[in-house]
Design a protein around this ligand. Structure first.
Ligand SMILES: [Zn+2]
Length: 226
């Protein structure tokens, strides 16, 4: 039963443990002090530019800017810590990205991309893990996190919510993962937006808002105090 306690429930656990099992209180407190690690994954990089807009904007540059802003917001939050799967313009393989997150002890994984398609397509897409890729608990958390991010992103642009993702980075069986296509870089208007600091910041803020809502939901779940 205690194996099912997640980081977020350790406040209550620590209080209960201190009362009933004083020897466990130390361990619970150690967990409580450990920050919640969130892996932030800027898509593409280096020799892999990702999608390219008609005015030459590269997906790899846009994703890094949004990811860095999101990581900064996470690091400014007490007891939260961001781990970027890349911090500059260099190539990192897809499996390597998942390994970086796992080694850092990440509890959530957010991959950031920009979409390509017909020039008339615009708006964001938020993908959660598919049932084939992750056990029920992980998939359920991925869905909730994706729903939270979708709600926040809809304040700034149209968002499509997709559950049929087939992305390597969403296949971690253990870490609830979400992939955000921040907009269509192949749409001239969105290409302009995606390269603007203000828009990049509002996308990062929306994703961060979704993460915060998700964590608040986890804290208030009745199962957390069992
Ligand atoms: Zn991409």
């Amino acid at each position: 039963m205690f194996l099912h306690f997640r980081h977020i429930s350790y406040g209550l656990f620590a209080a209960a443990a201190a009362t009933f099992f004083p020897t466990w209180a130390g361990h619970a407190q150690a967990r409580l002090n450990r920050p919640l690690v969130i892996a932030v994954d800027p898509g593409h990089g280096g020799r892999d530019p990702g999608a390219i807009g008609c005015h030459g904007a590269k997906e790899k540059i846009v994703t890094l800017a949004i990811a860095k802003d999101l990581a900064r917001r996470i690091d400014l939050t007490p007891r939260m810590h961001a781990v970027l799967t890349r911090t500059g313009d260099y190539y990192v393989g897809l499996h390597q990205r998942v390994r970086i997150a796992q080694r850092a002890g990440a509890e959530l994984f957010i991959s950031i991309h920009a979409d390509a398609g017909n020039p008339s397509y615009h708006g964001a897409t938020v993908y959660s893990q598919s049932p084939a890729d992750a056990p029920d608990v992980t998939q359920d958390q991925s869905e909730k996190l994706a729903d939270g991010i979708t709600r926040q992103l809809r304040r700034i642009e149209p968002v499509r919510r997709d559950r049929q993702a087939d992305f390597v980075v969403l296949r971690s069986r253990r870490i609830p993962s979400v992939l955000v296509e921040a907009g269509f870089i192949t749409n001239p208007e969105q290409e302009r937006e995606l390269t603007k600091r203000a828009f990049q910041r509002s996308v990062a803020a929306a994703i961060f808002g979704g993460i915060q809502r998700f964590l608040a939901g986890r804290l208030s779940r009745p199962s957390a105090v069992r």
